[in-house]
Design a protein around this ligand. Sequence first.
Ligand code: DX5
Ligand code: ZN
Length: 228
Amino acid sequence: MADFKIAPSISSADFAILGPEVDNVLKSGADIVHFDVMDNHYVPNLTIGPLVCDALRKHGVTAEIDVHLMVKPVDRIIPDFAAAGASYITFHPEASEHIDRTLQMIRELGCKSGLVFNPATPLDCLKHVLDKVDVILLMSVNPGFGGQSFIPETLNKLREARKIIDDSGFDIRLEIDGGVKVDNIREIAEAGADMFVAGSAIFNAKNDKDANVYDTVIKQMRDELAKA
Ligand code: DX5
Ligand code: ZN
């Protein structure tokens, strides 16, 4: 079986108790913390920045933190996230004037680098920078909000991205973000993804009788992935 990674998006967590929320979801078997950064400029919403990433590290989180930048411009803020303990830093090509330079900067700061493609953005700009990306992230919703529905055309785009990665011979993860649920994760994996962001599907699964229901939904996702 492929090495699948589940990355809960903490934008759907309870921010008033973020440290315990992250602890719980990792204890429940999540692999990576997906950290959505929105600036009310590149996307119409505002979330969290490097201070919160740093706070999670100081709280004791040792898992990889996958910083998804939905900000424009990107270069000024990248060193702050590297210093705050980011593992991956990904950005949207539309948000950088010099994509190659930004990718190099992320790696020089010791982080894994990646490009994020909106639903309507073609994969063209990957061609000449494949040696500089560690992850390709396909948005299966338009960025800005959790809880939206998976756009089915993304399955075709995943197949296209999977072929680009396999033909390149580079070790590149293929991440999917938006509308990932227990009932579609298997077909998403079969289309080529190996890293799965899920926000509302995981964090909205709680109920007050059971403080740690994340176990259940993450296990259901793994069971579905085992069939892929
Ligand atoms: C959207 C964010 C996503 C999102 C995922 O702009 O990048 O990470 O919060 O949430 P769900 O899984 O609820 O679609
Ligand atoms: Zn995201």
